[in-house]
Design a protein around this ligand. Sequence first.
Ligand SMILES: C[S@@+](CC[C@H](N)C(=O)[O-])C[C@H]1O[C@@H](n2cnc3c(N)ncnc32)[C@H](O)[C@@H]1O
Length: 233
Amino acid sequence: MYSKTAEFYDAIHSFKDYHTEAFLVQKLIRQHGNGGKRLLEGACGTGGHLKYFTDFQAEAFDLDPSMVEMARKNAPQAKVFVGDLADFELDKQFDVILCLFSSIGYVQTLERLQATLNNFKRHLAPGGLILVEPWLTPQEFVVDPPAVHVREVMLRNIKVCRMHIPERRGNQSIIKFHYMIGTPQGIDFHQEEHVLGLFSPAEMQQAFTKAGLKAKFEPYSFMARGVWIAHHG
Ligand SMILES: C[S@@+](CC[C@H](N)C(=O)[O-])C[C@H]1O[C@@H](n2cnc3c(N)ncnc32)[C@H](O)[C@@H]1O
C-alpha cells in the first residue's frame, strides 16, 4: 500500500502535530484507562504517535512491512511487527488498544470492522480502554462536485506533490494518490490506491456492541474526526 512511499510518509504528513496528539491521547488514557501500562497500537504507520508512548510497554503493528520498518526506527522502545487489524493474534492482553488517524477505514467492510473490534475485545485486559479515531462517515465523504486535493511538501532534500480526486464505490471511498517525488537523485512518479470503508456512527456503535464493548463517540476531541472511547461491555 505505502510500500513505495513509506519513506516519504512523514514528510507528507508533516502538517500533523503527532507530539500534541500523543500528549492528548495519553490524557484520555489517564481519564478513561485502568492505570495499566501495556499498550497496543494497531495500524501504527511509521510510529508518529508511538514514539511518544515511552511511559508504556508499547507494542504495535501495521500491515505494510515498509511502515513497520520505519516505525521500528522512529520508536525503538516499542516492539513493532507486521499484522492485520482483523486477524492479529497475540497470546496476551493490553490495558490500552489504539487505532488512530482513521486507519480503521482500511478494514474496508462491515464484516472486517466486526472482526477487528472482536479482536480488540479479545486482547483487552479487564478495565482496559480502546480508542479508535474513525474515518469519514458516508455523509461526510463528498465526491460531488469532483475536486482535486493537493498536498505539497518542500523539505530540504525532498519535494513531494501528491494529488487525488476522491471517488466513491457504494460505501467505500477510493483514494488514488498520484505522487511526484523529487530528490537530488531524480524525480519519481508513483500511484497507489487506498480503499477505505465508510461506516456510519450507527454502524460503528452496533459493531462495538456486537463485540461486547461499550462505546461512546466523543466528537469534539483533539482529533479532527472525533474518537470512539470503548471499554468491556
Ligand atoms: C492513514 S495511515 C495511519 C498510520 C498511523 N496511525 C498515523 O497516525 O500516522 C493508515 C495505516 O494503516 C495501515 N493499514 C492498512 N490496512 C491495515 C490492516 N488491515 N491492518 C493493519 N494496518 C493496516 C497502513 O499500512 C497505514 O500505515
